[in-house]
Design a binder for this molecule. Structure first.
Ligand SMILES: *Cc1c(COP(=O)(O)O)cnc(C)c1O
Length: 325
């Protein structure tokens, strides 16, 4: 049986177009505004949480456990959405030293305000995150709680169904003529951080006639890593939704990751400024700014592309030092 879904996001999100952005990127570009899926919980993670939290609620969970970087958008969206359902949240957040920062900013500030219980861990501990999440769950069960573990980024088959359904939503918008004509796009382009978005988009894009190809722009790890991770999640999706048939072709690019995860190069930061000044569209330095920058450098360009704006605004606001000149 296919998992249930909660209605948490404001859908459908707009399909947005700007000729100034076409000029900056170098092709006809439609932007799926998933930065507008919600208020403070906005971004791509809330689409995954519609399925993941439905599963948690159906299992009578009272506490959700998940993990991510210190400025994880996924952790923030989970903490906010869980509160709305009366669930508690336990977060394992990675910092360079395993110690929390002296000031709570951006996503972390929202995690705290939502009352999430937070444990900071260092990168070696984070490498063991699946085991640590299970250990936290075992501890909570011993204390009489009913925990539900969500993997990093909400990236498993259940969470990825959010992006299968997003492809259905886009097909409906194409049929309404909202992107000047009903034809599929040449490619769907998006930032890739844990692979769940890429898997859901691939599983739905060909089936719903949105695009034959998906370009996942890695912001961390490597092309090999994401091909493996996405392939694994696709197998899980096929088990839940066998009617979807073949996935779209996946192209992972890891050429424009920038200096490090969550660190943008000067050229990437300048691109974010240029896009904002020319179009009013706010990108973030961790995900969307790097992904759209990567598309702007790709040769040859697609003729007509769809970019998923996956959110990330709180992460930008936590990087004021990187952007002050
Ligand atoms: C998490 C995230 C992504 C990446 O999505 P994955 O499914 O984790 O690959 C892209 N953009 C933003 C803003 C995100 O928060």
């Amino acid at each position: 049986m296919s998992p249930r879904r909660l209605r948490l996001a404001h859908l459908p999100t707009p399909l947005w177009h700007s000729e100034s952005l076409d000029r900056l990127v170098g092709c006809e570009l439609w932007v799926k505004r998933d930065d507008m899926t919600a208020g403070a919980a906005a971004g791509n993670k809330i689409r995954k949480l519609e399925f993941l939290l439905a599963d948690a609620v159906s299992r009578r969970a009272d506490t959700v456990i998940t993990c991510g970087g210190e400025q994880s958008n996924h952790a923030r969206a989970t903490a906010l959405a869980a509160r709305g359902l009366g669930l508690d949240t336990r977060l394992l957040l990675r910092t360079a030293t395993g110690v929390g920062p002296t000031r709570d900013e951006g996503n972390l500030l929202l995690d705290r305000l939502a009352g999430a219980s937070i444990r900071f861990i260092d990168p070696p501990a984070y490498a063991e995150r699946a085991r640590l999440l299970e250990a936290e769950a075992a501890e909570l069960r011993t204390a009489g709680k009913q925990p539900y573990v969500i993997p990093e980024g909400g990236s498993n088959a259940i969470g990825s169904l959010g992006y299968v359904e997003a492809m259905r939503e886009i097909r409906e918008q194409l049929d309404l003529g909202l992107a000047q004509g009903r034809e599929p796009f040449d490619v769907v382009v998006h930032a890739c951080g844990s692979g769940g978005t890429a898997a859901g988009v691939c599983a739905g894009a060909l089936h719903f006639g949105v695009a034959p190809q998906v370009w996942a722009m890695a912001v961390c790890d490597s092309r090999d890593y994401f091909e493996r991770v996405v392939g694994r999640i696709l197998l899980g999706i096929a088990a839940l939704r066998p009617e979807l048939g073949n996935p779209a072709e996946l192209v992972v690019s890891d050429r424009d990751k920038g200096p490090a995860y969550a660190v943008a190069s000067d050229a990437q930061k300048q691109f974010i400024r240029d896009v904002l000044r020319a179009t009013g569209l706010v990108l973030d330095p961790v995900y969307t700014g790097k992904a759209l920058f990567a598309l702007s450098r790709m040769e040859p360009k697609p003729r007509r592309a769809l970019f998923l704006h996956t959110g990330g605004l709180p992460g930008l606001l936590a990087q004021h030092d990187a952007f002050s000149s």
